[in-house]
Write a protein that binds this ligand. Structure first.
Ligand SMILES: Nc1ncnc2c1ncn2[C@@H]1O[C@H](COP(=O)(O)OP(=O)(O)OP(=O)(O)O)[C@@H](O)[C@H]1O
Length: 348
């Protein structure tokens, strides 16, 4: 069945949304969590939704996995409408949400085995798959204990392993690495990339971690206030912004002279503060040595030169004026995440 699904979606986008919108109304006030999302994801893409708290990432995932209905607009996953063909969507996807999926009194191994069997794997195949996942997620030594005795990070890894049991053609992961230490985060990234590379699984994940989105995903969709504000590969997003060249001078007049020269670089954004010039420009790293040489010849030499490559946080800062990293971008998010009214059962 998995193979058929994969074939059936291989011709067009595996995810397509048109004007996808979701509002929450509570105590007579309305939150526009997702606002008119138009999105296409091709089969085999590994996509990260990156954005601050409350940007609308989880809400988008919950609509795509049929857990909540859109207020307006449409979404298709694996060729099926998320409202009219919920069951077909659920059969085509795996979903790891933010909460713990594993039952507390079960042993981790039994939980994985039950999932594998529920997805129709024969017992011996299921056993092999469960052993593979336990090894891959560094859980083999903890698999025979009740889930309630596992640490937060171990439970998170078990949750992700459960989501991967059936090798779905489309996999959604909501903040999969939250609560993991750096080593297990790297390990998770490796498993996710392997699944994508070796099985062609289309993967959409949400993350707060800039480095994770940067290193892991082929495509980064930056979301803010329920809308897509950037959508490209991390290297292209960063190179469009350009490097930051910082020049320090012994004299404020020299800084002004340097800024005037740097202003001639096409697309450069130049600011001067006292005796320091900051230049943001595509190709800044390559242009800086020439500028430094020219300034020395002109008798206004720089005393300090620093070139800093752009990060995704710089991209976010440039687009919104806020930083993702320091939490300055964080929106007020309701601590009560339980849906009202149209809440539906768990997916996949
Ligand atoms: N059940 C709900 N009732 C009311 N408002 C909600 C509900 N769920 C989410 N919201 C609001 O919708 C907006 C988007 O929330 P969402 O959880 O989708 O953001 P997010 O980008 O996933 O954030 P985080 O990274 O913190 O998980 C926020 O303003 C949030 O407070």
């Amino acid at each position: 069945m998995t193979e058929n699904l994969r074939t059936s979606v291989s011709s067009g986008p595996v995810i397509r949304t048109v004007g996808l919108t979701r509002h929450y109304t509570r105590n007579k006030s309305t939150v526009e969590a997702v606002r008119g999302l138009d999105l296409e994801v091709a089969p085999g893409e590994l996509v990260a939704f990156l954005g601050p708290n409350g940007a609308g990432k989880s809400t988008t995932l919950r609509m795509l996995t049929t857990l909540i209905a859109p207020t307006s607009g449409t979404a298709e996953v694996a060729g099926h409408d998320v409202v009219r063909e919920r069951a077909a969507v659920r059969r085509s996807i795996g979903f790891v949400g933010q909460g713990n999926a594993a039952a507390h009194q079960q042993r981790g191994r039994d939980e994985l085995m039950a999932q594998a069997r529920a997805h129709g794997l024969p017992r011996s195949v299921a056993r092999t798959r469960v052993d593979e996942l336990l090894a891959a997620f560094d859980l083999a030594d903890h698999a025979d204990r009740p889930v309630s005795t596992l640490s937060g990070g171990q439970r998170r890894r078990l949750d992700v392993a459960i989501g991967l049991v059936q090798e779905p053609p489309v996999l959604f992961l909501d903040e999969p690495s939250t609560g993991l230490d750096p080593q297990h985060r790297a390990n998770l990234a490796e498993q996710v990339q392997r699944l994508n590379r070796e099985h062609g699984t289309t993967i959409v994940l949400t993350t707060h971690y800039l480095e994770e989105a940067d290193a892991l995903a082929g495509r980064v969709i930056v979301i803010d206030h329920g809308q897509v504000i950037a959508d490209d590969s991390a290297p292209r997003l960063k190179s469009a912004l350009g490097d930051l060249v910082v020049l320090g001078f012994g004299d404020a007049g020299h800084a002004v002279a340097a800024a005037e020269r740097a202003d001639r670089w096409s697309g450069a954004h130049v600011t001067v503060t006292d005796a320091e010039v900051r230049i943001r420009a595509a190709g800044g790293r390559e242009l800086a040595p020439g500028l430094v040489a020219d300034l020395a010849i002109a008798g206004t030499p720089a005393q300090r030169v620093e070139v800093v490559g752009p990060t995704l946080d710089d991209v976010f800062l440039d687009l919104t004026g806020r930083s993702l990293r320091d939490g300055g971008a964080a929106d007020q998010m309701s601590t009560d995440q339980t849906e009202q009214g149209d809440t539906e059962g768990a997916a996949a």
